[in-house]
Design a protein around this ligand. Structure first.
Ligand code: MLT
Length: 417
């Protein structure tokens, strides 16, 4: 028998959201008549905006004509979308269309990007964290000992954890030990918090001083309402030398099923070869490596999906997505106010669709998950699934739809938590 990648054996048994889906399925099978309200995984519920649907129809019809038919497209994305993204998301920030790599979503990009780096690179992640950052590095062999072997803190010994707790208002401190790679997600999943320009600038300065690379996950930038909160890390001077950015059409534009996102890889971000293996300058542009990786392993996001993504940036697309985002944020506000009224301490729900709540009476996250599921028919996400600092917390999303969210809030109020 072939030997498997043993690093996979270091992972928790199931990916967080698969574990939740499994438990929910079991519950639903046992209670077939119960109406479940799903506020767990951040999956959207509003239909795609009309301008996106129209663009899809047009692009499908093109495929029926000899002139309009498309086979393999450029692995990096069609120029029409790369140019649109550069102009609409990075105007004035110095990002060029050929620094934008269109893909089938931010999850894949951010899970794959670590492949460009050596196995012994040190990785810093915030804690709690979107599990893909930790798990993809564990798969690559950067995790060290797995949680079952370090049950006292549930941490992988090879990763540097940056705790985000109520004590630091969920804003991580700069690492004490120098990492090579730093993952930041703002607006944050799962805590729903944001970084100010000054706070983000500290990270860019740190990365420049210590020669680190920041993986900046901006999947939730469309949900920022507070003025002056950075939507892109490239709003910070000097970031284009140290940061790659990941964005998604999933949450703001409803593409969780359609799949489209992009990675921004400025040509000015460099790594270096292992000692003794230097190229001309001793530094290697990540842009070229990512291009090499994508052209080898990826055949590009479908043309019709890229036309749909292009429509999101049109004036109508922007108007339509703003309406949907406002509804999701109203939902998040309802959830947030409900927990505040119940006297629970809560973060997020202002510039992000996630509400992060401290569970009362020292109950643990999975016990609270079961309690909400069984007594209120509400599916949320246990904070401990996002890392040890998430213990005792719980996450609900604003993506559940207006009526369902209202009903969930009523059920929560009746629970007398
Ligand atoms: C989440 O619920 O954290 C997200 O939906 C997961 C994802 O975007 O992959």
């Amino acid at each position: 028998m072939a030997i498997v990648n043993t690093h996979y054996l270091n992972l928790p048994g199931n990916y967080l959201f698969s574990e939740i889906a499994k438990r929910v399925q079991t519950h639903a099978a046992a209670h077939p008549d119960a109406k479940l309200i799903r506020l767990g995984i951040g999956d959207v519920t509003s239909p795609l905006p009309p301008s996106v649907i129209a663009a899809l129809h047009r692009a499908v019809d093109e495929q029926a004509t000899a002139e309009g038919f498309r086979g393999y497209g450029p692995e990096q994305g069609y120029p029409f979308l790369r140019e649109t993204v550069a102009a609409s998301c990075y105007h004035g920030l110095g990002i060029q269309p050929d620094e934008i790599f269109i893909s089938d979503g931010a999850k894949c990009d951010i899970g794959n990007f670590q492949e460009l780096f050596a196995t012994d690179c040190r990785v810093a992640i915030t804690d709690p964290v979107y599990p893909v950052y930790a798990d993809s590095n564990v798969m690559a062999g950067r995790g060290g000992a797995m949680p079952p072997e370090s049950p006292e803190n549930g941490r992988f010994s090879g990763l540097i954890y940056l705790p985000c707790t109520a004590e630091n208002a969920f804003v991580p401190s700069l690492p004490e030990k120098r990492p090579d790679l730093i993952y930041l997600c703002y607006p944050n999943n799962p805590t729903g918090t944001v970084l100010t320009k000054e706070e983000l600038a500290q990270w860019v300065a740190y990365a420049r001083e210590h020669e680190c690379i920041i993986f900046f996950d901006a999947a939730y930038e469309a949900f920022i309402h507070t003025p002056d909160i950075p939507r892109s890390i490239y709003e910070i001077d000097g970031a284009r030398d140290v940061a790659v950015e990941f964005r998604s059409y999933s949450k703001g534009a409803g593409f969780t099923g359609l799949r489209c996102g992009f990675a921004v890889v400025p040509k000015t971000v460099y790594g270096r070869p292992a000692a003794g293996k230097g190229g001309k300058s001793g530094s290697i542009a990540l842009h070229g490596l990512w291009n090499r990786r994508q052209t080898t392993k990826y055949n590009g996001c479908p043309y019709i999906v890229q036309r749909a993504a292009e429509a999101v940036h049109s004036p109508e697309g922007q108007r339509e997505t703003r309406v949907v985002i406002a509804e999701y944020m109203d939902n998040a506000g309802l959830i947030r106010r409900c927990f505040e009224d119940l006297g629970m301490s809560v973060a997020g729900g202002i510039d992000a669709p996630y509400v992060w709540v401290r569970i009362p009476r020292g109950m643990d996250s999975w016990t609270f998950f079961d309690l909400l599921l069984q007594r209120a028919g509400i599916v949320g996400t246990p904070g401990s699934g996002f890392g040890p600092s998430g213990r005792g917390y719980f996450r609900l999303t604003g993506f559940g739809g207006r009526e369902n969210t209202r009903e969930a809030v009523e059920r929560l109020r009746r629970l007398s938590l």
